[in-house]
Design a protein around this ligand. Structure first.
Ligand code: UT7
Length: 306
């Protein structure tokens, strides 16, 4: 399956919430949060639609396209603005798109799931030539700001990419996984805040992601040493360190934004991708691994040749 990145954009709310701010609201400290998660500050204050509109517009502009050139919009989110309709409809209208649009909810694995779905659509006979894939989440409205087990992690943010069909093979291997038996470890009911059994989620995440990364690399006929760029979901820097150690991918190859953005679910991987792009790491031919995991539990890994 083949697609090239034609444009990328990001969106973060202006409001910064520091660890010291949180320490005034609950029994925690800057030192504990930094040591246990790698987070110093996070951004909050925009709904999913605004994050998607801003990042989507930037991606389309960078691609030098008109919104009507987009053939399909996929919004990966677990925090739609409303129950009905899907938030893709809001982004669709505000950007002036003229194509199909739908929401995809695989929580923090959503952008990576969306990457596979977008490639499949681009590869389908008669399918779209250009897909706008957005990953955006506003977790702050469903965060319990009295729960130090979750409030220190969650944030709002998003990113978007324009993927264009190419005849080259670029998606070399992938793995999509889920285990619904673990669905209660991380959940939020209608009209209630998110609850999480952090320690359990940590364990399941490290185990599942390690297996998923090695499976996807194997399907691509590659090993950890072939990876030039790792774009991991930004949930906890210790999880990323553990994944690198267990898979054998050097930590220095990972691009991380968690220190300043926290965990904004579907938004973290496109934000990490934008960082890698800005630093010149996404060179033609580079082997790029994306891996996400979260509520469900669900997880997904892709191996792409840039
Ligand atoms: O994106 C979706 C997936 N989500 C995740 O991947 C999150 C995965 N989980 C985690 O990142 C971590 O489990 C947390 C950051 C949520 C918690 O870190 P931990 O190292 O697992 O801490 P813990 O729950 O094992 O607690 C260790 C100690 C406890 O004190 P005692 O019992 O040892 O006295 C906690 O009460 O740290 C205490 N603690 C805190 N202290 C200060 C827990 N949270 C805090 C806090 N500030 N915010």
């Amino acid at each position: 399956m083949g697609a090239r990145l034609a444009g990328i954009g990001t969106s973060l709310p202006e409001k910064v919430l520091t660890n010291d701010d949180l320490a005034q609201m609950m029994d925690t400290s800057d030192e504990w949060i930094r040591e246990r998660t790698g987070i110093r500050e996070r951004r909050i204050g925009l709904p999913t639609s605004s994050l998607g509109i801003e990042s989507g517009r930037a991606a389309i502009d960078m691609a030098g396209l008109d919104p009507t050139d987009i053939d399909l919009l996929i919004l990966s989110t677990t925090t739609p603005d409303q129950r009905v309709p899907g938030t893709a409809a809001v982004i669709h209208a505000e950007l002036g798109l003229d194509c199909g649009a739908f929401d995809l909810n695989a929580a923090c694995a959503g952008f990576t799931y969306g990457w596979v779905v977008a490639h499949s659509m681009l590869d389908a006979p008669g399918g779209p030539r250009r897909v706008l894939l957005v990953g955006a989440d506003a977790l702050s409205p469903i965060t319990d700001w009295e729960d130090r087990g979750t409030a220190i992690l969650f944030s709002d943010g998003g990113g978007a990419v324009v993927l264009e069909h190419t005849d080259d093979d670029t998606l070399l291997g992938w793995d999509l996984g889920a285990d619904g038996n673990h669905r209660r470890l991380l959940m939020g009911d209608h009209d209630s805040k998110i609850t999480m059994e952090g320690r359990e989620v940590f364990k399941v995440a490290v185990r599942a992601v390690t297996g998923s990364v090695l499976t996807a690399l194997d399907r691509a006929g590659m090993g950890p040493g072939d990876v030039d760029v790792l774009l991991p979901h930004q949930a906890n820097i210790r999880i990323i360190e553990a994944i690198c150690k267990r898979t054998g991918i050097p930590f220095e190859r990972s691009y991380n934004t968690i220190e300043h953005t926290g965990n904004n679910s579907s938004g973290t991987i496109p934000l990490a991708m934008a960082k890698a792009h800005a630093e010149g790491a996404l060179q033609p031919g580079a082997i790029v691994v994306m891996t996400g995991f979260g509520a469900g539990m669900s997880w997904a890994t892709t191996v792409s040749r840039w």
